[in-house]
Design a protein around this ligand. Structure first.
Ligand code: PHE
Length: 435
């Protein structure tokens, strides 16, 4: 149970509440949702199982795990993982900083306006400011390092056991408020009625990237978490529980944000700001709105914290397992490096917006490079490694501790050996426009 909660804490975060609704909005709604769920419950859960197996069997960080199991060039996958974790952590802390800021602003009552245009311009003013969001980012990086230093790691985990169900309940309340807004039905239809004419390779890549991001796959986090599992812990049951919970929270968040987008006359393809421009207007139309808003952003910040700690843990575990370095030094060093990349990422929305990579400002480029390239690539390599290099050694580890029907093991083997590598490769090649 403790492991499931920790792994779910890593999975459930900004990916569900901030990223999922806007990526769904950008990709046409219902068809994207179906494709997303299809990927999550086939490739996603299978790669999650594979990562847990790699971690549990070696009890090591990603690079060390690959070295111990196979050697050759495989540890390179581990190094890519660690670099990816670091890059994600940097922009993740920027967005997480926004949630802390919005908690403060909700208490002050300065953002809860029912006029969407005003909410939108308040948001723009905030994220383009050269100082304010950077300070909140610093605060969040600091919190992440503090938790990872062990001071309150147990405390946060215990607190999360209460706070995560609270987040869940408040999401349910928000769903009820959002879908009963005037004009919300159109948004519900947008989210739940698939229109497959909108599906392109780009849609598939976005769904794949979102699945990996949300389940914390393809960058070593679940290998690292697996390395903290006990020998006979149930891998299959844990993986399934985490996957179901994570998907459920994403769907609820979609049911909060997208109906409201339509009710307020916003555009679903508005991008990364979508959650932050619609939520305040929803709260503005609720009794005790500023109390609920502050509570919600607080809970979201805690959910983000349990995810950012997981990301930092990948980096820390690597340096500790590899170099036997001192935890405090590694955590503080990684925190400083993270902040050094987070600052330009934050500024890229304002004074540094002139600097673009492939047409994206830095924050979007870092997100794109990780979510849509290195995470799927990492997942592809994990699948190949498990299916073709480890083979029955991996399977023995899988069934140890899990009560599994043989048919399920076969299905998993089939997905890991054939479906996942082929589908990911095809989607990556076409989605990135190589063909
Ligand atoms: N899965 C987390 C989220 O959805 C983000 C994350 C990615 C955390 C990778 C750890 C590792 O917010």
């Amino acid at each position: 149970m403790g492991f499931i909660l920790a792994a779910a804490g890593s999975a459930v975060g900004l990916g569900n509440v901030w990223r999922f609704p806007y990526v769904t909005g950008e990709n046409g709604g219902g068809a994207f949702l179906l494709i997303y769920l299809g990927i999550v419950f086939s490739i996603g859960v299978s790669v999650l199982i594979a990562e847990l197996i790699i971690g549990r069997s070696t009890q090591l960080d990603p690079a060390g795990a690959f070295r111990k199991l196979a050697g050759g060039a495989w540890p390179l996958v581990g190094y890519m993982s660690i670099l990816t974790a670091f890059v994600i952590l940097s922009f993740y802390c920027v967005i997480a900083g926004w949630t802390v800021a919005y908690m403060a602003k909700s208490i002050a009552g300065s953002v809860l306006l029912s006029d969407l245009e005003q909410v939108g311009s308040a948001f723009d003013t905030f994220i383009t400011d050269p100082l304010e969001p950077v300070l909140y980012t610093a605060l969040f990086v600091g919190l992440t390092v503090f938790v990872a230093l062990g001071g309150i790691a147990n405390g946060i985990e215990r607190a999360a056991r209460l706070l995560m169900p609270a987040l869940f309940i408040i999401l349910l309340v928000l769903v009820a408020r959002s879908v009963t807004l005037d004009g919300a039905v159109e948004g519900v239809a947008f989210f739940l009625q698939p229109d497959f004419t909108k599906v392109t390779w780009g849609t598939l890549l976005a769904a794949l990237g979102q699945a990996f991001f949300s389940l914390s796959l393809g960058m070593g986090a679940m290998i690292t978490y697996g390395s903290y599992m006990h020998r006979h812990d149930d891998i299959a049951g844990s993986a399934l529980a985490v996957t179901v919970l994570d998907a459920l929270v994403a769907v609820l968040a979609g049911l909060v944000i997208l109906p409201a987008v339509f009710a307020f006359g916003a555009t679903p393809s508005a991008g990364p700001g979508l959650t932050f421009i619609t939520l305040p207007s929803i709260f503005a139309q609720m009794p005790f709105g500023s109390f609920f808003a502050a509570l919600f952003f607080f809970l979201l910040a805690i959910a983000a914290l349990t995810s950012s700690v997981a990301l930092l843990e990948v980096v820390i575990t690597y340096f500790m397992d590899e170099g036997e370095a001192n935890r405090t030094k590694v955590a503080v060093g990684a925190g400083v490096a993270t902040f050094a990349l987070a600052v330009p990422a934050s500024l890229s929305l304002g004074i540094m917006s002139g600097f673009t990579i492939g047409g994206n400002v830095l924050l979007d480029a870092l997100d794109y490079m990780t979510s849509n390239i290195t995470l799927p690539l990492g997942g592809l390599l994990v699948a190949l490694f498990m299916g073709w290099s480890l083979k029955h050694k991996g399977e023995e580890e899988f069934v140890d501790g899990s009560a599994l029907a043989p048919a399920l093991v076969s299905a998993w083997r089939f997905i890991i050996r054939y479906v996942a590598p082929l589908a990911i490769a095809l989607i990556l090649i076409n989605g990135l426009g190589f063909i």
